[in-house]
Design a protein around this ligand. Structure first.
Ligand SMILES: [Zn+2]
Ligand SMILES: [Zn+2]
Length: 129
């Protein structure tokens, strides 16, 4: 990481997010950060998440009223989410970005990004076929 000096708490939170590909929630991150830095509080984890988000190091993904998930992959990418277990996986749908001009025209928004989210049932929840 260039030019950014993180406190040990922020560093621990950032590492947890970077090391996991499962887009953890704040409480998942708290559990994992506590193993690295015993004594870290939930409030500290929460404040670190806010800091990392504002610093552009992590993405917050929110889905309506369910808990926000955190993503350390900053390149444009898309997601699939399981309606049963909440598993959230990365996928790349470059075609989604191509819809941006049409979406911008319909909404009359000045576009910045487009993300595709597939909702469904993951292979683990589908069970053996
Ligand atoms: Zn599932
Ligand atoms: Zn992701």
């Amino acid at each position: 990481m260039k030019g950014t000096k993180l406190t040990p708490q922020r560093e621990a939170v950032y590492e947890v997010i970077r090391e996991r590909a499962d887009h953890p929630t704040a409480s998942d991150i708290f559990e994992a950060a506590r193993k690295r830095l015993p004594g870290i509080s939930y409030a500290t984890v929460y404040n670190s998440l806010r800091y990392l988000k504002e610093a552009g190091l992590v993405h917050e993904i929110s889905f309506g009223d369910s808990a926000s998930r955190y993503d350390g992959v900053m390149e444009r990418h898309d997601h699939a989410i399981c309606n049963q277990c909440g598993k959230l996986v990365d996928l790349d749908m470059p075609e989604a970005a191509k819809l941006m001009p049409a979406a911008a025209q319909k909404s009359r928004f000045r576009p910045q990004s487009v993300h595709f989210t597939l909702r469904g049932v993951c292979p683990d929840c589908c069970g053996p076929q």
